[in-house]
Design a protein around this ligand. Structure first.
Ligand SMILES: [Mg+2]
Ligand SMILES: [Zn+2]
Length: 245
């Protein structure tokens, strides 16, 4: 790419589930520890707000005696491609361009940090923007929505689900970090909730869109993107793409 000479400073934004990783944390933890709750989650998915549903499932796991160690173990064995570890480590270590990483995820801080630490990536991200969670002393993982359900909600008109508008989160990150300082933004995502932030990218920015999932469908059906789109299916292709950019 000839434009790469002009890129001194770039931002790479990663969605977490099915983007940095090869699975979905909320679902996988239940698939490993309580498949009946995984089924219940699928059945109730359209009625109960997603983060509330995960919160309830974690409470039920705790009631059944599933321990913190068991939950952490399931996160550590969750599929995570070695090519992804290689490429983000290499891009972060490179002197040119200088790359900052942030994570935008509707999972939660504990799931994400547990996995990053296990993969030696705990210092990858400057910011992890997600739902807050913490272990209480009894081993219950207490999870809360990022946006307090009793306070003002986001006012996204693109169609983001309740609790998180990743577009608004990206805009607010760029504002507080001085938007003009990034010559290029690269967004790696797969889900329909990655569409809103991707719509806000500029012509010099790039989305790395995972194939066969919600984001690809939205891009095809609704379009409207100003940024360049590069499709991928396996993490080894993200490695190839980022090494060339
Ligand atoms: Mg995702
Ligand atoms: Zn939105």
């Amino acid at each position: 790419m000839t434009q790469s000479q002009a890129i001194r400073k770039q931002l790479i934004v990663f969605d977490f589930d099915w983007s940095l990783t090869d699975q979905d944390t909320d679902r996988y933890v239940l698939e490993v520890n309580a498949p009946d709750l995984r089924r219940k989650m699928k059945d109730l998915g359209s009625e109960v707000q997603w983060t509330d549903l995960v919160t309830q499932s974690l409470e039920e796991l705790h009631k059944r005696g599933v321990t913190r160690e068991q939950i952490e173990h399931s996160l550590k064995i969750m599929p995570f491609h070695p090519a992804m570890i290689r490429v983000v480590s290499a891009v972060k270590a490179a002197e040119s361009p200088i790359t900052s990483f942030i994570c935008l995820s509707n999972a939660n801080s504990v799931f994400i940090e547990t996995i990053l630490k296990d993969k030696g990536l705990e210092s990858l991200f400057d910011e992890i923007i997600t739902n807050p969670a913490e272990w209480d002393p009894s081993g219950l993982l207490k999870l809360r929505r990022r946006i307090d359900p009793n306070g003002p909600q986001h006012n996204c008109e693109v169609g983001c689900n309740a609790n998180m508008c990743k577009g608004a989160e990206l805009t607010s990150f760029l504002k507080r970090s001085d938007q003009t300082s990034f010559d290029r933004v690269i967004y790696v995502g797969d889900g329909s909730n990655d569409y809103c932030p991707v719509l806000r990218l500029r012509s010099q920015d790039i989305v790395l869109c995972r194939r066969y999932r919600g984001l690809e469908q939205k891009i095809i059906k609704q379009g409207g993107l100003k940024c360049q789109v590069i499709y991928w299916a396996g993490a080894w292709e993200v490695e190839e793409i980022l090494n060339k950019l």
